[in-house]
Design a protein around this ligand. Structure first.
Ligand code: NAD
Length: 419
């Protein structure tokens, strides 16, 4: 498996990003103390009877970073490298992200340290249901609303929704988003993150006066976020020359046939061996001559050692935290235009919000309404962040954090402290 080379702690990165933006905002110390740290952190043991009869105990977490502006909101990740600090970092980013796109949610995240690729569907179902029981006191449509993240999907959400609903005695679809449509999911949720990434790339190209048609694109991580972004970029006339997943990196200078690659990934689970492509090393992928690089895998993939080799004009962070602070500084020096994660990948949580609104109102929208509203939200957020970037002469990352943090700060000041 291709792994991150850096051992940087994602939560340290989240706190460093917060401090940089809070300094730029000249935020007072009292407000910093109130909004910087998670409100609630829960660690649970999840015992699961495995298919061979033995019991395996998984360590799992749910972190609510903020409920100042509304219910805490954030995905659940299943991955062998999940740690409490990673979940705290992801929950923190969710708070600023929801505020950047101005939806009435706070931030949360969950994670189970497990290797889902080596578990059966039955084992995954038992683990999901027991984890849901363990975090039950924290979640609910008005409290904290989970969603999919790395290696979780609509089926995982269906199990969570069912477990939660059975304990209450009636169906409560609004407890999770990213559900199957048949359970109250929203049209357009599955592709929302990739679509949001695409809209922000369109806005960046307009700002930089760079044509999207014919642009060469590299995508690291061909999962939900990465493959949908690739598909929409491909449809807009960009050329996706290389992609990777956890097993392989593939290159085709003439442009990969993305619909066929998605079809192959659905059938085989990986991109390795795609016809007409050649295999390359992960570090070569990041160093390819291209116009747009989309890191869509995990945290800390682009760091001080490999950032100087990145030749892209635009880096669009579909993943959360893929670029370290040291790499940020290198990108600034090299005039790389960064679309920061809390802006770039906010399409997922935005359509999650639309899903929750539909569930709560029992009235469902057409796909075109979802896409139109999403485009409006993403392009408004891009414009708001760009304005701060240009006016305050700060990086796009600091600008996005300034926008998110200032909205949460304003809300916490108006609410005050109870009791
Ligand atoms: P996913 O599980 O669908 O896809 C992840 C992909 O990354 C897989 O193809 C996997 O093979 C690949 N990958 C894993 N390790 C890799 C490595 N070392 N090198 C290259 N590829 C690797 O997950 P996803 O939902 O697409 O999430 C990807 C990123 O996007 C995460 O950072 C996640 O937090 C972020 N994100 C996802 C959503 C969403 O709605 N799905 C929303 C916001 C942010």
């Amino acid at each position: 498996m291709l792994t991150t080379t850096s051992v940087l702690n994602a939560y340290d990165v989240a706190l460093e990003n917060f401090d940089a933006a809070a300094d730029a905002l000249e935020l007072d110390n009292d407000t910093r103390e109130m909004i910087k740290y998670p409100e609630r952190v829960l660690t649970v043991s999840v015992p699961v009877r495995m298919d061979d009869g033995h019991i395996h105990r998984f360590e799992a977490y749910r972190v609510q970073h903020s409920s100042v502006r509304g219910p805490a909101k954030g995905g659940i990740r299943y991955h062998p490298q999940v740690t409490l600090d990673e979940v705290k970092a992801l929950a923190t980013w969710m708070t600023w992200k929801c505020a950047v796109v101005n939806i009435p949610f706070g931030g949360a995240k969950g994670g189970v340290t497990c290797d889902p690729k080596h578990m059966s569907q039955h084992e995954l179902e038992r683990m999901t249901r027991r984890y849901t029981s363990a975090i039950l006191p924290l979640i609910g449509p008005e409290q904290d609303i989970p969603a999919p993240d790395v290696y979780t999907n609509p089926q995982t959400m269906a199990w969570i929704m069912d477990t939660f609903s059975m304990t209450k005695g009636y169906a409560i679809p609004g407890v999770v988003t990213g559900k199957p449509i048949s359970l109250g999911g929203s049209l357009g949720r599955n592709e929302a993150t990739g679509r949001g990434v695409f809209y922000t790339i369109q806005s960046a190209c307009e700002h930089l006066k760079t044509p999207l048609k014919g642009a060469r694109v590299v995508v690291q991580g061909f999962g939900n976020a990465g493959s949908i972004a690739a598909q929409l970029l491909h449809e807009a006339g960009a050329k996706i020359i290389a992609v990777s997943d956890s097993r392989a990196c593939i290159l085709d200078h003439n442009g990969l046939n993305i619909p066929e690659l998605i079809h192959m990934k659905e059938l085989t689970g990986h991109v390795e061996g795609f016809p007409e492509s050649e295999p390359i090393e992960p570090e070569e992928l990041l160093a390819l001559e291209c116009d747009i690089l989309v890191p869509a895998a995990l945290e800390n993939m682009i760091h001080a050692e490999n950032a100087p080799k990145v030749h892209a004009r635009i880096v669009a962070e579909a993943a959360n935290g893929p670029v370290t602070p040291a790499a940020d500084r290198i990108f600034e020096r090299n005039n790389v235009f960064l679309i920061p994660d809390i802006l770039c990948n906010a399409g997922g949580v935005t359509v999650s919000y639309f899903e929750w609104v539909q569930d709560e109102s029992h009235l469902f929208w057409e796909a075109k309404d979802v896409y139109n509203r999403l485009e409006r939200v993403m392009k408004t957020a891009f414009r708001d962040v760009l304005k701060i970037h240009l006016e305050k002469k700060v990086s796009m990352r600091i600008a996005a954090n300034m926008l998110g943090i200032s909205r949460v700060a304003e809300a916490v000041k108006i609410r005050g402290i109870y009791p």
